[in-house]
Design a protein around this ligand. Structure first.
Ligand code: HSE
Length: 315
């Protein structure tokens, strides 16, 4: 913590990736980082204290640090750094806010990784997750880490406990991820509000069987077990009602050979995991057909699991 910033870089650019929270059965505890899409953030350390935030995209996000996801995460970091520091931040978001693809987590995680780099890495990854969670609180009112952790650690992560934080990185076999983002709005806060506060024991048993099965499938490279475990009997039946075409996408994707999938985070994006790239492109076609038929505009992504998370591209 005593390191002087004199010899450290003054500027850094990071790529901060999209992520899929929950991975169907693991509500608030599992998450996966994606190779695409990603945001770009240029962060400069200034001589004066204070935080300036600029956006070069169309989303008109707030720029006051305490109202901005990246700003709130940075303030949490600086609170613990406890020495004067100032930053100019330029954010180019390519992950659409409100997509369910971890847009707010990308801003918060990218910010703290960049600032930590410019300050000589005084903090470890677990600290960075903790700071970035302050950004998630601004975005959705809740400090969840299932997008933040994969964004910072890369790959697939399990949040075994949030208070205190206990993050477990999981191996993943080669997987292709297909995501469709129908252009409808589902706010994370609303998608959490509608959930039942109690679950039936029989549903809980199914759910923890599936979470354990999914983790075991990832550890054993067992694609069939991964596919069988991508089942959510608690959250999906409620939230899927907010997403037109959900049932058709799921059924059609599985018929096209996807291992399985479901709602990405709190939606409205839907994702599917596939063992082969060719199947992933077939699944993308299914998704396109469903939303063309319904008449809802959409974006699709065919991508892979991102093993590294936030990446420094310059600085
Ligand atoms: N686990 C969170 C939820 C992720 O499903 O509400 C939100 O992106």
């Amino acid at each position: 913590m005593n390191q002087s910033t004199g010899n450290l870089p003054k500027s850094v650019t990071v790529q901060s990736p999209a992520s899929v929270a929950n991975l169907v059965c693991g509500f608030d505890v599992l998450g996966m980082s994606l190779s695409n899409p990603y945001d770009l953030m240029k962060v400069e350390r200034t001589d004066a204290t204070g935080i300036t935030i600029r956006h070069t995209d169309e989303y008109q996000l707030p720029t006051a640090p305490e109202q901005n996801v990246a700003g709130a995460a940075l303030l949490a970091l600086l609170h613990e750094y406890a020495r004067p520091a100032g930053f100019d931040i330029t954010i180019t978001k390519c992950i659409k806010p409100g997509s369910g693809l971890g847009s707010s987590a990308a801003s918060a995680a990218g910010m703290v990784v960049a600032a930590n780099h410019l300050l000589g890495a005084p903090f470890g990854k677990e600290d960075l997750v903790r700071f970035a969670m302050a950004g998630e609180k601004v975005a959705s009112g809740v400090k969840h880490a299932d997008n933040i952790a994969p964004c910072i650690y890369g790959g697939i992560t399990l949040i075994r406990s949030i208070f205190p934080l206990d993050i477990v990185t999981l191996p993943a076999p080669r997987l292709f991820v297909v995501a469709v983002h129908p252009q409808i709005e589902v706010k994370t806060s609303d998608a959490r509000q509608i959930l039942r506060k109690e679950v039936l024991l029989k549903d809980a048993i199914k759910q923890w069987g599936n979470i354990a099965g999914l983790v075991a499938g990832l550890l054993k490279n067992d694609y069939s077990l991964i596919g069988r475990s991508l089942e959510d009997v608690i959250i999906e039946p409620v939230r899927s009602m907010l997403i037109p075409g959900f049932a058709e996408v799921k059924k059609g994707s599985k018929e096209a050979g996807a291992l399985g999938g479901g709602i990405s985070g709190s939606g409205p994006s839907i994702f599917m995991l596939c063992e082969q790239e060719g199947i992933a492109h077939e699944v993308e076609k299914v998704m396109q057909e469903v939303f063309n038929q319904i008449g809802i505009a959409y974006h699709t992504h065919v991508t892979t699991v991102n093993p590294t998370g936030v990446t420094i591209v310059d600085g």
